[in-house]
Design a protein around this ligand. Structure first.
Ligand code: SF4
Length: 397
């Protein structure tokens, strides 16, 4: 079984296709988002800060910022992309400087604990048989004078999670396990996230029960990944930073046509078809609304004039006035009472029929026992169908 990391597991949960392209097919891309680049540069600078501090060399803030500027310039490359249109490389570099500045002012001279290691690599297994192997890197592991081990993680994201999210975070929970495997005598471990953009330190810890739950959930997830046969794309906000738009059925067409000049773009068969379909759908909507209004007017006319047939030039309209018996619909309050009355009198089979949509869902989600699903599946068949859902592009909203 391969060695997993927290980010690998997260990518699978965020989008199975991206996971497959990245980790199963091992398709490497040279592009990277500016946010990732910013994070790497800030991490490297803080690593230097603490590595030097271990040798009693305290960097001045200006020295650290100058180090940051240097590595920024040396490592910047043309394949770094910025998705936010009104921001530039300089904005991100200034943001990095600001984060380092606030961090420095909060923690200098960095003596509240002793750094055990920076960028510490952890290899460990979740089980005694060494089947579920994990790898992780702790940004900084430290130890306080009273023996508390602190797992520090620097975050440069523009999102500040809640305490509840931090308390159930998988990444540092797994690192907690890794530290315990390395030093089983450690009694007290704190998990500390430094949200640099907010000058916030979030702290959590894990009980034995929480760790046991984490092991169960993680091994279950790894089993699911190992057994996966299909890796469908899963659209989310992360698509903006995905390195595989050209290989993703959800993004491929956008990626291809957005690079075309305007005249070729409009003639591209897919673009032309969607434009035509959208135009016809809009016409149909307007016509449908109009037809409904005219139909209502015909019924009104027939009621007023007390006629049931109305003559036009080439068509005639028959109007039928019906009285229908109605019972509460599925979502109405009295529906359950009505169902109960019929079920209790044993008449349910006479008025109900099999809901094949519900049955498909039950089988697909494996909600019944295997034996029953196998029996039911004798009557099931897989049919491929195509459906088109039209929606407005974001820019046009
Ligand atoms: S573009 Fe989105 S849906 Fe497609 S592979 Fe990437 S993350 Fe998944």
């Amino acid at each position: 079984m391969p060695i997993y990391s927290h980010s690998q597991l997260s990518i699978y949960q965020d989008c199975p296709l991206k996971y497959k392209l990245s980790y199963r097919d091992r398709i490497k891309r040279d592009t990277e988002g500016v946010e990732g680049f910013l994070g790497t540069m800030v991490h490297q600078t803080l690593k230097k800060c603490y590595d030097d501090a271990r040798f009693t060399r305290l960097n001045r803030l200006e020295e650290l910022l100058s180090y940051f500027d240097n590595i920024w310039q040396q490592n910047w490359h043309d394949l770094i992309f910025i998705t936010k249109k009104d921001l530039t490389q300089e904005h991100y570099q200034a943001l990095g400087r600001k984060m380092l500045d606030t961090y420095y002012r909060r923690y200098a001279p960095f003596g509240s604990d002793t750094t055990v290691q920076t960028e510490m690599r952890l290899n460990f297994a979740l089980d005694d048989e060494n089947k579920y192997k994990l790898i992780g890197y702790i940004d900084r592991l430290s130890r306080t004078a009273d023996g508390v081990y602190r797992i520090h993680d620097y975050k440069t994201s523009a999102y500040l999670p809640s305490q509840e999210q931090i308390d159930s975070d998988r990444q540092l929970g797994l690192y907690h396990i890794g530290v315990l495997k390395r030093w089983p005598d450690v009694r007290d471990i704190r998990l500390i996230w430094h949200y640099l953009a907010f000058d916030r330190e979030l702290v959590s810890s894990r009980s034995d029960e929480a760790i046991a739950r984490l092991v169960t959930d993680t091994t279950r997830l790894i089993d699911e990944i190992e057994a996966a046969q299909e890796f469908p794309p899963k659209e989310s906000g992360y698509c903006e930073w995905c390195e595989y738009p050209d290989l993703c059925p959800n993004r491929k067409h956008f990626y291809t046509v957005e690079a075309l000049p305007a005249n070729e773009y409009l003639n591209e068969p897919g673009v032309a078809l969607v434009n035509k379909y959208a135009e016809l759908r809009e016409q149909a909507r307007v016509i449908g609304e109009e037809a409904d209004k005219v139909k209502e007017a015909i019924v009104e006319y027939a009621r007023r004039e007390q006629v049931t047939m109305i003559r036009g030039s080439s068509h005639q309209a028959r109007v039928r006035f019906d009285k229908k018996l109605k019972f509460p619909g599925k979502n109405e309050v009295e529906r359950k009472e009505l169902d109960d009355v019929i079920i209790q009198t044993g008449k349910w089979p006479e008025v109900s029929q099999l809901d094949t949509t519900a049955l498909s869902r039950i089988v697909e989600e494996g909600l019944w026992n295997k034996e029953l699903i196998t029996r039911v599946m004798k009557y099931g068949r897989i049919e491929e169908s195509g459906a088109v859902y039209l929606s407005k592009l974001k820019e046009e909203e």
